[in-house]
Write a protein that binds this ligand. Sequence first.
Ligand code: SF4
Ligand code: FES
Length: 250
Amino acid sequence: MTSDKQPRGGGSESPYITATFRIRRFNPEISDEATWQDFRIEIDPKERVLDGLHKIKWDVDGSLTFRRSCAHGICGSDAMRINGKNRLACKALIKDINPEKPITIEPLKALTVLKDLVVDMEPFFQAYRDVMPFLITSGNEPTRERLQSPEDRERFDDTTKCILCAACTSSCPVFWNDGQYFGPAAIVNAHRFIFDSRDEAAEQRLEILNGQDGVWRCRTIFNCTEVCPRGIEITNAIREVKRALITRRV
Ligand code: SF4
Ligand code: FES
């Protein structure tokens, strides 16, 4: 299928190229089988994969289904497999992923596909909820904010950056083999509170992650760290949680 939208600009100076988007399609109302479908679109290589998906949805096939919201790498809703690697479609520039060849676009792995590029995120969010990703304290509420030194705040700065896109968890072979594993994103968000000097429930979170589906399942494969769109040192965060578990027993 081809977008009939004409390139803006004219003549030899047009920045537009023709790119092929090879998209994994699945509609349970039509078939139990997923299929590949090619779309040839005119696009400026400086645009993003998300822009290409919009062109297809708006100009060629309105049934194409995918999630997106902010379009600026903040909401985490448009993680998908692009040329075999988990990325945010809104941060993947066409020129950076070799538009000479078909660009393959698939839903995230190991999460149930609901339609086209939309997966069921509930198991992912359940693992997130299970680590209690909120500040837990006892005693009287302070009348002003809970103070913390810059050094104490720095301790967990990296893991505050998570946007819950699931790129890490769905790139982890341990999670592929057994969806019971908490997965890197849940551990990252547990880390964010375990190392927060104001929080009082680190022990509880460590105990949760000490279970059979917790941190010890991590095989230090680094897939998670490689795909994280926020550049979080995920494997390091998991290592710090493991170390906290070991040292608390001493
Ligand atoms: S840690 Fe990175 S890859 Fe994983 S959910 Fe958070 S932002 Fe996405
Ligand atoms: S649409 Fe929000 S991160 Fe891509």
